[in-house]
Design a protein around this ligand. Structure first.
Ligand SMILES: [Zn+2]
Length: 304
């Protein structure tokens, strides 16, 4: 089984090397485009943010998953694939976030679209048998994903290499500064457990040594059974949990029910899975870290 997977992986790697920015290199597509901008299609919103930070005004970035849509439920339509074949670069998250990506890669493989698995090189998390796809909620993994995106931009548009490198370095500094600001704060806390909507924060937790408990699973599927809800209520009471985080796109009602059962506050948290109000990535992550820290430090005080 393992051998098969590795063989499949190698084939995927070789074919992704063969897919280039053929048209871009040949000088036709890019040159003919409006303002000579690269056309980049990304699968989900955080990748749009990463790509725009690095590409600046050199690319037009569009997102496959429509705004305000829970991406775990998304399937591309024929018109999406048409748009995609007119792009020079397709950036996807990988780690199983896009369950449909093999089909899409099959469609674009002869179309001179550079297909980029942005999570290539990330140490993947597993929960049971399932791979956790939410790598972009880790500041460290976001840096790796942005690096992969930067390399793809350079591959398709070598003449702007310095511009992309400079933008990437700026963004990398922002990511690292935010990590360095919160790492010492979280390391001082006794309480490391928080309650959230769906299990999207595993990579963030890994960065900071925290633990999430969630109302819904990794793929935002299925509201909890009465028994699971009862367990969560028990956990909240036992651990004196005073905050339940809630996502607008994943069972906010269940989060509210849980909070009222245990006398906790409901505080919004941002998974960035979909575009809601064009939130800036750094702004949203700082908001999340700040709210998680406030929640845990209150609870730490009460416990000690
Ligand atoms: Zn998710």
């Amino acid at each position: 089984m393992k051998k098969k997977i590795i063989a499949g992986f190698l084939i995927a790697c070789i074919s992704s090397m063969l897919i280039g920015c053929g048209k871009a290199n040949a000088g036709s597509n890019v040159q003919d485009n409006d303002n000579k901008k690269l056309k980049v299609m990304v699968s989900i919103y955080p990748l749009k943010q990463f790509t725009e930070k690095i590409a600046g005004d050199k690319a037009e970035v569009t997102c496959l998953v429509p705004d305000n849509m829970e991406p775990h439920d998304y399937e591309p339509k024929t018109k999406d694939l048409e748009k995609l074949t007119n792009s020079q670069i397709f950036v996807y998250n990988g780690l199983g976030m896009e369950t449909w990506v093999d089909k899409v890669n099959d469609v674009i493989k002869d179309k001179n679209v550079l297909s980029v698995n942005s999570s290539d090189g990330i140490d993947q998390r597993k929960e049971g048998d399932a791979i956790d796809p939410h790598s972009w909620l880790s500041l460290k993994d976001a840096e790796k994903q942005s690096d992969n995106i930067k390399n793809a931009l350079i591959q398709c548009d070598e003449k702007n290499r310095d511009y992309y490198e400079e933008n990437y370095n700026k963004f990398k500094d922002e990511l690292e500064n935010l990590y360095n600001e919160y790492q010492p704060k979280f390391s001082q806390l006794n309480n490391k457990d928080f309650i959230t909507g769906h299990a999207a924060f595993g990579y963030l937790c890994r960065d900071f040594g925290l633990t999430q408990k969630s109302v819904e699973n990794l793929f935002a599927e299925g509201e909890p059974t009465p028994k699971q809800l009862e367990e969560l209520v028990g956990f909240c009471k036992e651990n004196n949990i005073k905050t339940v985080f809630s996502e607008s796109l994943a069972s906010p009602k269940v989060s509210e029910t849980l909070a009222s059962e245990v006398g906790a506050n409901v505080v919004p948290i941002l998974t960035l899975e979909s575009n809601e109000d064009n939130k800036d990535y750094i702004y949203a992550m700082k908001y999340n870290l700040d709210e998680i820290y406030k929640c845990l430090s209150n609870e730490s005080n009460k416990n000690s």
